[in-house]
Design a protein around this ligand. Structure first.
Ligand code: ADP
Ligand code: MG
Length: 257
C-alpha cells in the first residue's frame, strides 16, 4: 500500500513574467497534517490550487493517491503527452476537499442542502441517504441543530463549519484548507480550529495554509515555510518554531509570533 497521499516534484507555476512557484517538492503521507506558512504573496494559495487542478502547472508532477494529477504539459516522457480529460480531472478532484477563506455556500440552500449537494449531484446518491449523511456531518462539526438554517442565519464560524462538512461529504482522501479562519471575527476562530483539530485527530490527511501559529504548533505533524515561491524550510513544529534554521524563516516568525 502506498501511504503517500500527495507527492509533488519540481512544481513550477508562473503568471506572466512572475514565477510564483519555483520548483516545489513535497510528500504528504496518510494521516499527516502539514501546515504551510509564509508571507502574503509567497505562493501558498497557488500551491493548493495546483494540487486541486484549479491551476495548471508549467513544470513538474503532482500525484494524488499514486495517480498523476498535475504534470508538465510539454514533457517528453509518454505519460505526460496526453491531455487530461475533463472527466478524469473531475474524478480526481472529488478525492480532494477544499476549504477556502470565504465559505462559498449556496445562499438559497439550507446547511443540510449545502452539504448534500455534492453527494447528490456528483455521486448520484439517493436523497434520503445523502440527507442522513449530511446531518451526521453537521453533527460532527457541532451544528446538529442548525441543519435547516440558511447561510445568512449562521455566523461566519458556523458557515465555515458547514463548508468543512460539505467538503467531507465527498469523502475526500485529502483536505486542503486555505486560511480558513482569516475572514472570521477573532471570537469565531476557535470553533473552526477546534473542528479542524478533531478532523486531524480522526486521521484525515490535511494541508493547512494558516497564520494561526498556535494551531500549527499544536496540530501539525510538519510545518513548511514558503517564501517567494520556494520551500525554504520544513520541520516538526518543535524544531521549526524552537530552532528555525534559515534567516528568512526567523525574520518571518519574528513578525507573526
Ligand atoms: P499567497 O496565498 O501566499 O498570499 P498567492 O498564491 O495568492 O500567494 O499568490 C502568489 C503570487 O502570484 C502573488 O504575487 C500574486 O499576485 C500572484 N497571482 C496569484 N494568482 C494570480 C493570477 N491568477 N494571475 C496573476 N497573478 C497571480
Ligand atoms: Mg493565499
Amino acid at each position: 500500500m502506498n501511504d503517500i497521499v500527495l507527492k509533488a516534484r519540481g512544481v513550477r507555476k508562473r503568471f506572466g513574467d512572475i514565477e510564483v512557484l519555483k520548483g516545489i517538492d513535497l510528500d504528504v503521507t496518510a494521516g499527516e497534517v502539514l501546515c504551510v506558512i509564509g508571507p502574503s504573496g509567497s505562493g501558498k494559495s497557488t500551491l493548493l490550487r495546483c494540487f486541486n487542478h484549479l491551476e495548471k502547472i508549467d513544470a513538474g508532477r503532482i500525484w494524488v493517491d499514486g495517480e498523476l494529477v498535475g504534470y508538465e504539459p510539454h514533457g517528453t516522457s509518454t505519460d505526460v503527452l496526453r491531455e487530461r480529460r475533463p472527466r478524469e480531472i473531475r474524478r480526481q478532484r472529488e478525492r480532494i476537499g477544499m476549504v477556502f477563506q470565504r465559505f462559498h455556500l449556496f445562499p438559497h440552500r439550507t446547511a443540510v442542502q449545502n452539504v448534500m449537494e455534492g453527494p447528490l449531484v456528483v455521486k448520484g446518491r439517493p436523497r434520503a441517504e445523502a440527507e442522513r449523511q449530511a446531518r451526521e456531518l453537521l453533527d460532527r462539526v457541532g451544528l446538529a441543530d442548525r441543519g435547516d438554517h440558511y447561510p445568512a442565519q449562521l455566523s461566519g464560524g458556523q458557515q465555515q463549519r458547514v463548508a468543512i462538512a460539505r467538503a467531507l461529504a465527498m469523502e475526500p482522501t485529502l483536505m486542503l484548507f486555505d486560511e480558513p479562519t482569516s475572514a472570521l471575527d477573532p471570537e469565531l476562530v476557535g470553533e473552526v480550529l477546534g473542528v479542524m483539530r478533531d478532523l486531524a485527530r480522526s486521521g484525515m490527511t490535511m494541508i493547512v495554509v494558516t497564520h494561526e501559529m498556535g494551531f500549527a504548533r499544536e496540530v501539525a505533524d510538519r510545518v513548511l515555510f514558503l517564501d517567494q515561491g520556494a520551500a525554504v524550510e520544513e520541520g516538526s513544529p518543535d524544531r521549526f518554531f524552537g530552532d528555525p534554521r534559515h534567516d528568512r524563516t526567523r525574520a518571518f516568525l519574528s513578525t507573526v509570533l
